[in-house]
Write a protein of this length. Structure first.
Length: 428
């Protein structure tokens, strides 16, 4: 009888041991173990965003037009072109009622001394360290999670949460996590440096580094006639739209180009004055109208003046009131149609504030429905953990981020480079 009890006990012990082994084996299959953990506890910060070169400029004209046609949905391409209003036509939006028609927009030559503008190749050294807060919040957190040791399901949930909190969006987050999980195994990642390299590769690829990020702001020729590049700068008030227009003018002038600025944000007197100040500082001509005047009329005359003067680029600062106002958004479409009675619009830059997160994405969607956005300018990227909106905007619109604003300085406008951006986030 005692021997039977002993046999039963032995069998139970063996079964328990087998169950324990199977459980441990299954758990290990669901996690990835990294041997060198201490190296990522406190990743060293090696500097902030540092672009590898100046802002890339390209001529407008047929090449840009073909690219836009390819990107447009078929139903939009087949839609009949609406009638284009003349300059005297009343704007299709809420504007102050006036007893007499507003005077036609006038061109103003710069008055006073022109500032000396630093060449674009020399200003990039001053753009280091502008993403330090983004780096510590986003990059170090991810590296800490991925390099902390055994990665089980809870760890991967934390990785997903970190990506979502940085505004990468659900779709991009899922793609990044799926690829990380697969390549941690396939690459045989076992130490901190390998983790950092893998994370960098995955994030850079998610930003589609092959996208064309050149700003179409150089002149082109049509039938032997020089035509200026026409750039519309759009965005809601407060994003840095007018400031970005002025900074881009500085970039062009620093490259030896001539510029006309169009103050078509006629519903905000401060915007007109601000753009006139930028024009003075860089030695550019500005075309402006009376407060409350038709923005399309100002834009039309700006391009007309640019063609007559033979300048290289016409930069038009468009009205920046709330994107939720249907009539106001229709006015933006009207501006583009009126301008294209003279020449093709080569670039439509949408300015977004990085600190607005999801709201910025909502703005991008609405603007993209009204006008063919060709590039994004992301401003206020110097002190925010919301830089992940770059991933979402590009995924949503299929449009590249071309420029970033990294500070309040007149020359703090830099080209967006996926590798440099990810390096700044991760502290590489």
């Amino acid at each position: 009888m005692s021997s039977t009890v002993i046999v039963i006990i032995v069998v139970v012990v063996v079964l328990l041991a087998l169950a324990l082994v199977v459980g441990v084996t299954l758990r290990r299959r669901r996690r990835i173990s990294l041997t060198e953990r201490k190296a990522v506890d406190e990743p060293k910060a090696k500097g902030g965003y540092l672009a590898g070169g100046g802002i890339s400029l390209a001529p407008g004209g047929q090449k840009q037009a073909e690219r836009q046609v390819e990107a447009e949905p078929a139903e939009e391409a087949e839609a009949p072109a609406p009638e284009v209003p003349t300059q005297s036509e009343a704007p299709a939006m809420e504007t102050p009622v006036v007893e007499a028609p507003a005077p036609a927009p006038v061109a103003e030559a710069p008055a006073g001394p022109v500032e000396e503008i630093e060449p674009t190749s020399g200003r990039l050294e001053r753009l280091r360290g502008r993403l330090s807060r983004s780096r510590s919040t986003f990059g170090q957190g991810l590296l800490g999670l991925l390099g902390a040791g055994d990665l089980d399901e809870d760890s991967w949930t934390e990785v997903e949460d970190s990506l979502l909190l940085a505004d990468l969006g659900v779709g991009t987050t899922q793609e990044v996590v799926d690829r990380l999980r697969a390549e941690l195994v396939s690459r045989g990642v076992r130490n901190a440096e390998q983790v950092r390299a893998l994370l960098r590769d995955v994030l850079v690829d998610a930003l589609h580094p092959d996208m064309d990020r050149a700003v179409r702001a150089l002149p082109h020729h049509s039938d032997g006639t020089k035509l200026p590049a026409v750039v519309l700068v759009a965005g809601v008030n407060g994003t840095g739209k007018t400031t970005t227009t002025g900074k881009l003018a500085r970039v062009l002038v620093a490259e030896g180009r001539t510029v006309v600025l169009g103050a078509a944000d006629t519903f905000r007197a401060a915007a007109t004055e601000q753009l006139a100040t930028w024009a003075e500082r860089v030695g550019a001509e500005v075309v402006r109208g009376k407060e409350g005047a038709d923005p399309a009329a100002v834009a039309f005359d700006s391009v007309k003046r640019g063609i007559e003067a033979g300048v290289d680029a016409v930069l038009v600062d468009t009205a920046g009131r709330l994107h939720t106002k249907t009539g106001l958004m229709d006015e933006l479409g009207k501006v583009k149609r009126v301008v294209e009675k003279q020449t093709k619009v080569d670039e439509v830059l949408l300015v977004l504030d990085a600190t607005t997160g999801q709201n910025g994405l909502t703005q991008a969607r609405v603007f993209a429905e009204v006008v063919d956005v060709t590039g994004i300018v992301l401003t206020k990227l110097d002190g925010t953990a919301k830089g992940g909106i770059v991933f979402q905007v590009q995924r949503e619109l299929g449009v590249p981020v071309k420029l970033v604003g990294l500070g309040e300085g007149a020359d703090d406008l830099a080209p967006f480079e996926p590798g440099a951006f990810v390096d700044a986030l991760l502290g590489v």
